[in-house]
Design a binder for this molecule. Structure first.
Ligand SMILES: [Zn+2]
Length: 213
């Protein structure tokens, strides 16, 4: 798939079946270490490198080679490329308020695994998540927002049975729950045995993330 754009890849895959280019596949442990290293660099020196971004844009026109899927919140404070110090073309982002996934989110993840060879899927909740706060607050919620809230509610219910801060516990329970959903509901085919799905929590305050299990 190295020479194909996303669109032409879809067309090609329809006729030949899903197959990632094995030469661009990064195993999940290596990808995980790269994210940890990138986050340390982000905290140390968060300044982006315009020339490197330019070069990556040009070099990746015909080569889409992310090392990880990151399912994260639409929250403007949680951009994964910044948090993990990764250039264009390195992180396949699935982004919704509350980092929940529906069938379209699952389809996006399956595409990244099957067609692009991604083997690490991170589900990253974050400190002070507004979507989770809204779920805890309850009340009258407009229908489309409510469809997000309904997906987060079970995590809040779990957190209500735990000691400690309800919001933080709910955010973490939600990331864990979404990771479980991806493990159970996605169709990753033969690649499933090689894929890791890891929930994480990102601190707005420190800029650090930690794995949840
Ligand atoms: Zn959020």
């Amino acid at each position: 798939m190295k020479k194909l754009t996303l669109f032409t890849a879809f067309i090609a895959l329809a006729s030949i079946g899903f197959a990632a280019d094995p030469t661009t596949v990064v195993n999940p442990d290596t990808a995980l270490a790269l994210l940890e290293k990138g986050n340390a660099a982000f905290i140390e020196n968060p300044i982006s490198k315009p020339q490197a971004v330019h070069d990556a844009r040009i070099s990746s026109i015909d080569s889409h080679t992310p090392i990880a899927v990151v399912v994260t919140c639409s929250d403007a404070r949680t951009a994964p490329e910044h948090i993990f110090s990764k250039n264009l073309n390195r992180i396949f982002v699935v982004r919704t308020a509350g980092n929940v996934v529906d069938n379209i989110g699952l389809g996006s993840i399956e595409y990244a695994v099957k067609a692009l060879g991604v083997r690490l899927i991170v589900v990253m909740g974050h400190q002070n998540c507004g979507a989770v706060k809204s779920t805890i607050a309850g009340g009258s919620i407009p229908p489309h927002i409510n469809s997000i809230v309904n997906l987060i509610k079970p995590a809040v219910a779990t957190a209500r049975t735990e000691q400690g801060d309800l919001l933080s516990n709910s955010i973490q329970a939600n990331a864990i729950r979404v990771a479980d959903k991806i493990r159970h509901d996605s169709d990753l085919g033969d690649a499933a045995k090689d894929v890791k799905v890891v929930p994480a929590y990102y601190s707005l305050e420190t800029g650090k993330f930690h794995w949840l299990k």
